[in-house]
Design a protein around this ligand. Structure first.
Ligand SMILES: Nc1nc2c(ncn2[C@@H]2O[C@H](COP(=O)(O)OP(=O)(O)OP(=O)(O)O)[C@@H](O)[C@H]2O)c(=O)[nH]1
Ligand SMILES: [Mg+2]
Length: 368
């Protein structure tokens, strides 16, 4: 029996098993066996075909990396050229871009690397065109800019689906799960929150992965799939912005109707941006990219000097004064006693400890 046949057999078994509390462990076992077989088969295929992101992936640079991904001819290269200093060839025929091309978007002092990828079609994840290589390059990015033509908005779903098949989850928080192999005592299940799955079921899942002695700590309420993902470790969580391009090619009434239809059933309207790469200045898209990457700019100043507004420190939202010190120089954190903060502090120049969480556009003066 081939792996594919075995997966099919297990999927049939899963469909036939009644879903209730009494069958929870059995269902979890079948799901886990399917996950395991699928990941083994994917690994084997990747080895055989030598799939790599060669020619499609570029080294990460700057404060964060975004990729432009979508069907051919939706305007990805036009967007890259407009957002950055890059010159990626654009043309009105499909598959104009054949390799990854990069540019740097400078916004609020941040340098955001944008990578233009070749267009992909439905079926990319299972090997249509150069789809697999493109999806594999997309995995490295912090954020996906999923581009669709406003006249074919449903093509966004095709791309989301392909990314999902390639193991990339969009705009979802990664559940916090820690798994450690131990030397003895079997399987220990710990949880800081209430779980729907029983300890017995969770332990069975680990056993199928051939973990005999291990400790699993769950910091979130999780399902079988999430535990499997954490053990297999081949899933990627990334942010996504859905960019509907070529708004100039339809009338303003058609645009209103299209927006209403697209946003009607979404929970995350903030992640949808409507642009004309040909006509707009793309300010809204730039600010959405910056805010969804959860970056903040923090300015530094020296004693009795004005702050340096030209070269802010770019930090992840939630960063502390200590993180800011590290970004300047790795030795700075141990040398700094406290910092004076202007902006989010209670009063200008308030002295705050290294644990203080900074906000966008704060000004700091490090004191030794
Ligand atoms: N009307 C209009 N045309 C656009 C817009 N953006 C891009 N185009 C045109 O659409 C065609 C395709 O644009 P590209 O930027 O090459 O598209 P792409 O997504 O990079 O295509 P591939 O590299 O083939 O995947 C070109 O003729 C562009 O001039 C837009 O906002 N409005
Ligand atoms: Mg292109």
């Amino acid at each position: 029996m081939t792996t594919e046949e075995r997966i099919e057999e297990l999927e049939e078994k899963l469909a036939k098993t009644p879903k209730n509390k009494g069958t929870e462990t059995d269902l979890a076992k079948i799901k886990t066996q399917i996950s395991l077989l699928k990941s083994q088969s994917a690994q084997r295929k990747a080895k055989k075909t030598g799939i790599s992101a060669y020619g499609y992936s570029l080294r990460k640079k700057g404060d964060a990396t975004c990729v432009l991904i979508g069907n051919p001819s939706v305007g990805k290269s036009t967007l890259l050229n407009k957002l950055t200093n890059a010159h990626s060839a654009t043309a009105d025929y499909e598959f104009t871009t054949l390799f990854a091309i990069q540019g740097m978007l400078k916004y609020e002092g941040a340098k955001i690397q944008i990578i233009d990828l070749p267009g992909i079609l439905g079926g990319a994840a299972s090997g249509t065109g150069r789809g697999k290589e493109v999806l594999s390059a997309a995995r490295n990015a912090d954020m996906m800019l999923i581009v669709a033509d406003i006249k074919k908005p449903e093509s966004k779903e095709v791309i989301v689906d392909e990314l999902k098949k390639a193991g990339i989850y969009l705009n979802k928080a990664e559940p916090s799960i820690s798994i450690k192999k131990t030397i003895k005592n079997g399987i220990l299940v710990k949880s800081t929150v209430k779980q729907k799955l029983t300890r017995k079921t969770i332990a069975e899942i680990l056993r199928i992965h051939k973990l005999v002695n291990a400790e699993i700590i769950l910091y979130d309420t999780v399902n079988v799939e999430q535990i499997n993902d954490a053990i297999i470790g081949n899933k990627k969580y990334a942010g996504a912005i859905y960019v509907y391009n070529k708004t100039d090619s339809i009338s303003s009434q058609e645009l209103l109707d299209a927006k209403e239809k697209i946003l009607k059933n979404t929970f995350d309207a903030d992640n949808h941006v409507f642009v004309s790469a040909a006509k707009d200045n793309l300010d809204e898209l730039k600010s959405t990219i910056f805010s969804r990457l959860k970056l903040i700019s923090v300015y530094t100043k020296k004693t009795n000097k004005k702050p340096d507004l030209e070269n802010p420190l770019i930090l992840k939202k939630g960063s502390t004064i200590k993180d800011a010190c590290f970004k300047i120089h790795k030795d700075f954190a141990s040398k700094t006693a406290y910092a004076k903060v202007w902006g989010s502090s209670r009063y200008p120049g308030q002295k705050l400890s290294l644990k203080y969480k900074l906000h966008h556009k704060d000004i700091i003066e490090l004191c030794f």
